[in-house]
Design a protein around this ligand. Structure first.
Ligand SMILES: [Zn+2]
Ligand SMILES: [Zn+2]
Length: 343
């Protein structure tokens, strides 16, 4: 099959032919239709993350059609339209049994721990537990925008930070995760302030429903947020994974405020916070990782009913030989919204 192969970190990926994946008894083979190109792919490609082995077919946010089904799979059949959560689980650890497969102790991800959606076919293990149906109403490209960044934002905002109507939410970093977070916060009835250093991204944020936007290169973010919100935000979100954003976020919170960390950073990124303020202001710092597969239908229902529009975040679709250019562009944060590879 055709695949876009990462052979060496920080070198061009190669479009080449490799062997098709093997089918396990509990797994399915998916014929990939579309795959979102994520900042995590850029981190992997740059070699920022420990424990990644090459050669690797990246791609962890994809949609497709079930091509073959393992002998023990009960829920899926050949021809089903599916969406693959980026975080795949074992189905039997205490977290999986508790409905939190996104923090499974034996978690895996297609495109990270084994070959994923930058190829024509991918294997999805333990399909009955991990795979979700993609409703007919949602096209493959929109679906590919949802498996990682959209899902991560949904889980963070709805299940973790529990954003409520009328709250002030600050989203910092207006890439795919940030713009998804904006859409969900607006859908939950919150007022949203978006922060970025790129006016193009801030304009897109305005189009998608941000009440205010702040260019952090041009003004003091903390002062501006305090002024707009009349004292501080209820919820701040770092959608990028940057210690300066975390500190600005914590300093922008009102008392009892929650900081939601969605963006993931290289292993050496830490942040300092003042313990006294955390205690006295009763701030909460909330982590959020992906989304349990069982929660996918809730998100998909909101898309089906048109209350969320992942397609609005997709600014470009590309063919396999254009993927290197997309990854290069991510280095300078040039890319707008979500770019999707179509097979
Ligand atoms: Zn991703
Ligand atoms: Zn598990």
């Amino acid at each position: 099959m055709k695949a876009i192969l990462l052979e060496e970190f920080n070198k061009d990926l190669k479009v080449t032919n490799i062997q098709e994946p093997n089918l396990s008894d509990e797994g399915v083979i998916v014929k990939i239709k579309a795959n979102g190109i994520c900042r995590s792919d850029w981190h992997i490609w740059k070699g920022h993350w420990k424990g990644i082995s090459t050669p690797l077919v990246m791609g962890h946010e994809f949609t497709g059609i079930v091509e073959a089904v393992g002998s023990n799979v009960k829920k899926f059949k050949k021809g089903d339209r599916v969406i693959i959560p980026f975080s795949l689980s074992c189905g039997h650890c205490e977290y999986c049994l508790d409905g939190s497969g996104n923090v499974c102790t034996e978690r895996q991800s297609a495109g990270i721990t084994f070959n994923g959606g930058y190829g024509e076919f991918a294997h999805v293990p333990l399909a009955d537990f991990n795979l979700a149906y993609l409703p007919e109403e949602i096209d493959f490209v929109s679906g590919a925008a949802m498996g990682c960044r959209f899902a991560t934002s949904f889980h963070g905002i709805v299940n973790q930070a529990k954003v409520g109507a009328g709250e002030w939410v600050v989203v910092s970093g207006c890439g795919g995760v940030g713009l998804s977070a904006l859409q969900f916060s607006v859908a939950m009835g919150a007022n949203v302030i978006c922060v970025d250093i790129d006016d193009r991204k801030l304009n897109l944020a305005k189009d998608l429903g941000a009440s205010f936007v702040i260019n952090s290169k041009e003004s003091n973010v903390v002062d501006q947020i305090k002024e707009i919100t009349n004292g501080g935000a209820d919820v701040t979100i770092d959608a990028l994974g940057n210690s300066e954003i975390v500190m600005n976020s914590l300093n922008s919170l009102k008392k009892k405020g929650r900081h939601l960390q969605l963006g993931i950073a290289p292993d050496n990124v830490n942040f300092d916070f003042q313990v006294r303020t955390l205690v006295n202001f009763e701030h909460q710092i909330i982590g959020s990782r992906g989304m349990p597969p069982q929660k996918f239908p809730y998100m998909l229902n909101m898309v089906k009913s048109n209350r969320l529009k992942p397609k609005d975040l997709v600014t470009k679709t590309v063919s396999p030989d254009q993927v290197n250019d997309v990854l290069q562009g991510m280095g300078s944060f040039d890319n707008l919204g979500i770019t999707v590879l179509e097979w």
